[in-house]
Design a protein around this ligand. Structure first.
Ligand code: NAI
Ligand code: MG
Length: 350
C-alpha cells in the first residue's frame, strides 16, 4: 500500500539534479522507516514550453490536486524562455490556484557550515504572506513615455489574509520557542501596516503563551545580522518576507542550504516544497550544485505530511554530514552533488 503520493516537478537546470538527489535520499529514508512512497514526475519546464507552447498542460492544476504534496526543483532558463512566462505560468499558478498562502523558510545554521556571521546559534523561521499585500498586482501606468507618466502600485491587505498568516505564525511559534516577531513599517505606512499591528494585537489575546514583539522591517533586517540568535519565528508581508528571507538564506550559509515550503495550512490543496534557489544556469550539469536545500525541502514536506520519523531520519543524516564539513560552502559547493548525496545516503543506511 502506498502511504504518500508525491508529484515531482524537477523543472530546469540544477532543479533536475537536486530533485533527483532529494528523491534518492527520500526513498532510502522511507525504506528505513517503513514508509511507502510513490512519485510521479512531470516534465514541466522551459524545454517543455519550447516543445508544447505551454509550461504545463491546461489541466495541470487538476492533475496535481490528486497528490499529497508537490516537490519542485527550480523553474527558469532565461536563454530559452523569458522569466515572466516561466515563473507566472507554472510556479505562480500553482501557488495562486492552490491558495498556498504561507511561504515558510527555516534559516538554521547547521553545525559544520560556515556562514558569514560570527553568531552560531541561528535558528529563525521566516513566514511570508504569499498571496496579497505588496504583490497583489493592483495598479497601473498612464501617460507612458511622457513627462507626465504615472505608475501606481497599490498594496492590498485584507483582514482574511492578514489574520490567517498571523495565526499561522502564532501556531508555529507555539511549536518552537514561543517568540513571534511581527514585521511592519507602521511608522511610515499608516494604513496597511497599522492594521497589521492591530490584528497582531487582537490575535495575541488568543495566544497568551506566545511572546509577541512588533518590529519595523529595517530594524529587524539589522537585527537578523547583528543578533540573529534573538529571533525565533518572524512573520511578515509578501514584500518584507521576501527580502528578510533572503537575508535568512545568506546567514545560514547561502542558497545551497535554504529550503522552503508553500503551505496551505487548511489542507484543501497539496502544499509545494522547493529549494529557495533557482536553476543556476552557470553551474547546471557540472555536478557542483549543493543538494542540501532540496533535501531539506523534502524534509519539510514529510514533516508537513505528519511523517515525523522519516523527516527526522533525513534531517539527522544531513546534520551529521554537515558536521563533518562535507556540506560545503554557501554557493559553489566544493564537494559536489553526487558526493554530498552519497554521504547522506551512507548516514541513513549506516
Ligand atoms: P539562482 O538561484 O539560480 O543562482 C544564483 C547563484 O547561486 C548562482 O551563482 C548559482 O550558481 C548559485 N547557486 C544557486 N543554487 C545553488 C546550489 N544549490 N549550490 C551551489 N550554488 C548555487 O538564481 P539566478 O541565477 O538569478 O536565476 C536563474 C534562473 O532561476 C532564472 O530563470 C530565475 O528566474 C530562476 N529562479 C527560479 C526560482 C524558483 O524556481 N523558485 C527561484 C529563483 C530563481
Ligand atoms: Mg526572493
Amino acid at each position: 500500500m502506498v502511504d504518500l503520493k508525491i508529484a515531482i516537478i524537477p523543472g530546469d537546470g540544477i532543479g533536475v539534479e537536486v530533485t533527483a538527489a532529494a528523491w534518492e535520499v527520500s526513498l532510502a529514508a522511507a525504506a528505513a522507516c517503513d514508509v511507502n512512497l510513490a512519485a510521479t514526475a512531470f516534465p514541466w519546464s522551459c524545454d517543455h514550453y519550447l516543445e508544447t507552447g505551454a509550461m504545463m498542460p491546461a489541466d495541470g492544476i487538476e492533475t496535481l490536486r490528486d497528490f499529497d504534496a508537490i516537490l519542485l526543483g527550480a523553474i527558469g532558463w532565461p536563454a530559452k524562455v523569458t522569466d515572466d512566462i516561466s515563473l507566472h505560468e507554472l510556479l505562480l499558478r500553482i501557488r495562486k490556484e492552490f491558495d498556498l498562502y504561507a511561504n515558510v523558510r527555516p534559516h538554521k545554521l547547521l553545525p559544520g557550515v560556515t556562514g558569514p556571521l560570527r553568531a552560531e546559534n541561528i535558528d529563525i523561521l521566516c513566514i511570508r504572506e504569499n498571496t496579497e499585500g505588496e504583490y497583489s498586482g493592483a495598479g497601473g501606468r498612464v501617460h507612458r513615455g511622457t513627462a507626465e507618466e504615472i505608475a501606481v502600485e497599490t498594496s492590498v491587505f485584507t483582514r482574511h489574509g492578514v489574520e490567517r498568516i498571523l495565526r499561522y505564525g502564532f501556531e508555529m511559534a507555539r511549536k518552537r520557542r514561543k517568540q513571534l516577531a511581527s514585521v511592519t513599517k507602521s511608522n511610515a505606512q499608516r494604513h496597511s501596516m497599522v492594521f497589521w499591528d492591530d490584528v497582531t494585537r487582537q490575535l495575541s489575546a488568543e495566544y497568551p503563551d506566545v511572546e509577541v514583539r512588533s518590529y519595523h522591517v529595517d530594524a529587524i533586517a539589522a537585527r537578523m545580522i547583528m543578533f540573529p540568535e534573538t529571533l525565533d519565528v518572524v512573520v511578515a508581508s509578501n514584500l518584507f518576507g521576501d527580502i528578510l528571507s533572503d537575508i535568512g538564506a545568506a546567514i545560514q550559509g547561502g542558497l545551497g542550504f535554504a529550503a522552503s515550503a508553500n503551505i496551505d495550512p487548511i489542507g484543501r490543496s497539496p502544499s509545494m516544497f522547493e529549494p529557495v534557489h533557482g536553476s543556476a544556469p552557470d553551474i547546471a550539469g557540472k555536478d557542483v550544485a549543493n543538494p542540501i536545500a532540496a533535501i531539506s525541502s523534502a524534509v519539510m514536506m514529510f514533516e508537513h505530511l505528519g511523517h515525523t520519523e522519516l523527516a527526522t531520519t533525513m534531517s539527522d543524516a544531513v546534520a551529521r554530514v554537515c558536521a563533518r564539513g562535507i556540506g560545503g560552502r554557501s554557493s559553489g559547493s566544493s564537494c559536489g552533488t553526487r558526493r554530498i548525496t552519497d554521504e547522506i545516503l551512507l548516514e541513513i543506511t549506516r
